[in-house]
Design a binder for this molecule. Structure first.
Ligand SMILES: Cc1ncc(COP(=O)(O)O)c(C=O)c1O
Length: 353
């Protein structure tokens, strides 16, 4: 790769796309610069036009909603279900209006959204489903990989992801040749009167302005190497998660442990905890690094102020922001480290009134 001087959008990227297509079962995988770009390009390719509304859960990473704005649309927030982190289909039906054309379920942490219910409400309301499956590599619903349950989905290869690069990278997954062809064109400045090799026989003009969202070959090379041990890494993550669950069950102050739904992958191990911020500070003082993924719900983010939301609008999302805490989880983690974290959590709650 370095010898042939093709550092971006070269052979390694094409090879990674094929390997990911084989891994996920997607008909098309299109490598891009990040998971965020993948969402923007997917929305545009799936037909989002200026002013179209997309229903997005109020509890997610900011890119789930900012990608809608960057694609020219308008996010409309919905609450999440009380006993999981997936978008609540009843809330989707409540907030969808005349201009709503899409719904974006987000598969967070270690579980798939209850997708059958989301597909059902989308069908009733005539909405296209685009999945934010950025965290969901390896997650499958009855054998179908996340991202392929609606019109298309994305993957993020940010370094901390289950399959992480050594910088930014992402991909769009879809079975739809028109979406694939449009993303392929838009990631590389649109298509100005020429066809691109990846999809011979498909040579439509998109008529849309493109961008530079090509994937670097160095990232593709790293991801290709790491893909060979992805399933082993996922199995190790599941073992460590089971160990956490065993040690944390019944600990007072730990309100909720992640439910092991079929088809999930432990990208992170997220608990819900009383006095969450004090617990995080206590663990940090013991040398245990934790993460509060989404401390502020999307509807209360300053960049969405003009949507006019207030605290209390989406109570389940707000409660998740107050209580969730991701504990350390990585495939090389020794079992003794899990035991240390759980011991520190028990000590913290033992010392409280
Ligand atoms: C749910 C979700 N959506 C979107 C993204 C954006 O991906 P990236 O960081 O690769 O742009 C991420 C990852 O950071 C994510 O976790």
């Amino acid at each position: 790769m370095i010898e042939n001087g093709k550092y971006s959008h070269g052979h390694k990227v094409a090879k990674l796309e094929s390997a990911l297509a084989a891994y996920t079962g997607a008909r098309f995988v299109i490598g891009v610069n990040s998971g965020t770009d993948a969402l923007v390009l997917l929305l545009r390719a799936a037909g989002l036009r200026p002013g179209d509304e997309v229903v997005v859960p109020a509890f997610s990473f900011i890119a789930s909603a900012s990608s809608v704005v960057l694609a020219g649309g308008r996010p409309v927030f919905a609450d999440i279900e009380p006993d999981g982190y997936g978008i609540d289909p009843a809330s989707v039906a409540d907030v969808a209006g005349e201009r709503t054309r899409f719904v974006m379920p987000v598969h967070l942490f270690s579980q798939l959204v209850d997708i059958d219910k989301v597909l059902d409400v989308a069908w009733r309301l005539g909405l296209t489903v685009v999945e934010d499956s950025a965290e969901a590599i390896g997650m499958r619903h009855r054998g179908t990989h996340a991202g392929l349950l609606g019109a298309g989905g994305v993957l993020s290869f940010f370094p901390t992801k289950t399959l992480g690069a050594i910088g930014d990278a992402g991909a769009v997954l879809t079975d739809d040749p028109r979406i694939a062809d449009t993303v392929d064109a838009l990631r590389h400045h649109g298509r100005f009167g020429r066809t691109i090799d990846n999809f011979p026989g498909i040579s439509t003009e998109t008529g849309l302005p493109g961008m530079n969202s090509k994937m670097d070959d160095i990232q593709a090379a790293v991801l290709l190497a790491k893909l060979t041990r992805l399933d082993a890494d996922i199995a190790r993550r599941a073992q460590l998660a089971a160990h956490y669950t065993e040690l944390l069950t019944g600990v007072p102050g730990v309100r909720k442990l992640p439910a092991a739904r079929p088809g999930g992958v432990f990208y992170v191990y997220v608990i819900e905890a009383e006095a969450r911020d004090d617990l995080a500070a206590h663990l940090s003082a013991q040398g245990v690094q934790t993460e509060v993924y989404y401390p502020v719900p999307l509807h209360l983010q300053p960049c969405f102020r003009d949507l006019g939301h207030r605290s209390g609008d989406f109570p389940n999302a707000e409660a998740a922001c107050r209580h969730t805490l991701a504990l350390p989880l990585y495939p090389d983690m020794p079992a003794a480290a899990v035991e240390k974290v759980c011991g520190s959590i028990r000590d913290f709650y033992r010392g409280r009134p």
